[in-house]
Design a binder for this molecule. Structure first.
Ligand code: SAM
Length: 246
């Protein structure tokens, strides 16, 4: 049984109260009954072994039998800035790079991107993407859930990143540096930012502006990858080099 995410404010005096969709899933789908034990985790990277005391349609009341603190984050957090892609390809990027361990996903609006987010749907869209990240984090038994931000225009994003972050822009058809060999920070306090372009590629002005703001162009080789493939490949290479993939 996976570790289910709850909020720390559901825990009082050694007991946890579970309601809503998780209660329905545990009681309805997993048939949890009184006396059964399962693990939950909260936003403070703590996990609790819970014994179900009372299982009803409205709520599951459980007592905490054991508690564990998560491993301290040992690698630099990765922010993936991915241009919003059509259809479920954005969902795919969020799901796969969550499993691969990103800390933040920033949906970008690039000039040659096909999708233009509608402001009226922006909150609902972000909540839907956040839900995909939540479920992928839970399924991959992460101790934390990545944050999906609201969409940002690429130029504003490039101009708004901290100087001390290590910043890469994935640029196809260029002689950029290789992600296999560029210097990566070692401390968990330094963020690594990876920006991935749209189906139509970056405009030169976007790449120029990124470089002006400290983004280093990097290549993933001569093949032209789909944006989602490039995102997953880049996060995999960086995570592997950081020792996060075994
Ligand atoms: N329409 C562009 C072209 O034909 O040159 C290709 C864009 S590609 C489908 C989408 C994004 O994936 C690119 O903007 C880039 O960020 C990334 N990407 C794809 N292949 C890459 C490669 N070999 N090296 C670095 N980035 C790559």
């Amino acid at each position: 049984m996976p570790v289910f995410f709850i909020s720390s404010n559901q825990i009082t005096h050694g007991q946890v109260t579970i309601t809503g969709p998780l209660c329905d899933h545990l009681r309805g789908s997993l048939r949890v009954t009184d006396g059964e034990e399962f693990w939950v985790g909260d936003e403070q990277r703590r996990r609790y072994l819970v014994k179900a005391l009372q299982v009803t349609k409205q709520a599951i009341l459980g007592s905490i039998l054991d508690e564990r603190a998560g491993p301290s984050a040992s690698s630099p957090p990765i922010t993936l800035a991915a241009t919003i892609l059509k259809g479920d390809r954005m969902d795919w990027i969020i799901q796969k790079t969550t499993e691969l361990g990103i800390a933040t996903l920033v949906p970008l609006v690039a000039e040659q991107g096909i999708v233009r987010p509608r402001p009226s749907r922006s909150d609902a869209q972000r909540e839907r993407w956040q839900r995909i990240a939540f479920e992928a984090a839970q399924q991959s038994e992460r101790w934390d859930v990545p944050t999906v931000t609201s969409p940002v225009h690429a130029r504003d994003f490039f101009a708004g990143q901290p100087a001390q972050a290590t910043k890469f822009i994935l640029t196809e058809r260029c002689e950029g540096a290789s992600l296999q060999s560029v210097a990566l920070p070692a401390m968990a306090t330094k963020t690594i930012i990876i920006a991935v372009g749209p189906e139509g590629g970056w405009r030169d002005e976007e790449t120029d502006q990124a470089i002006q703001h400290g983004f280093r162009p990097v290549t993933l080789g001569p093949r032209i990858l789909r944006a989602e493939t490039a995102a997953a490949a880049a996060v995999s290479i960086v995570q592997s080099r950081l020792g996060e993939l075994g």
